[in-house]
Design a protein around this ligand. Structure first.
Ligand SMILES: NC(=O)c1ccc[n+]([C@@H]2O[C@H](COP(=O)([O-])OP(=O)(O)OC[C@H]3O[C@@H](n4cnc5c(N)ncnc54)[C@H](OP(=O)(O)O)[C@@H]3O)[C@@H](O)[C@H]2O)c1
Length: 92
């Protein structure tokens, strides 16, 4: 099974990367924030088209509460808009 893991250097992402990388039958493509910015929908589409995953796990998040309150736009961009766009991507 081909698995793309977004946000792979975060706490949850790195734990999942460790577990999944040793699972038989899993081809894991861990992507850090530096490698894939989830708010860049065309970049996301390009990467998914290239990797052709059967499963996408999104652990990217902008969740420090103080930062979210002062940078509302980024909070919605990462935690809401990008997630909706990710879910809507189809690969032909
Ligand atoms: N940790 C837990 O125990 C736990 C448990 C249950 C649920 N969760 C949920 O899992 C999610 C991740 O939590 P976490 O604790 O792993 O947080 P975290 O350590 O802060 O990891 C979040 C990751 O998302 C990346 N990121 C931020 N903006 C991004 C963007 N625009 N594009 C791509 N990547 C981006 C961050 O990269 P940078 O740091 O480089 O910006 C970071 O690597 C959250 O929704 C959290 O509520 C966590």
């Amino acid at each position: 099974m081909r698995v793309v893991l977004i946000g792979a250097s975060g706490q949850l992402g790195s734990d999942l990367a460790q577990v999944l990388s040793s699972r038989p039958g899993v081809s894991l493509f861990p992507l850090t924030h530096a490698q894939l910015d989830i708010t860049q929908v065309e970049q996301v589409r390009t990467v998914l088209t290239e990797k052709r995953p059967e499963v996408v796990i999104n652990t990217a998040a902008y969740h420090r509460v103080d930062d979210c309150e002062t940078n509302i736009g980024q909070a919605f961009a990462v935690n809401a808009v990008a997630v909706a766009q990710l879910a809507a991507i189809t690969i032909s």
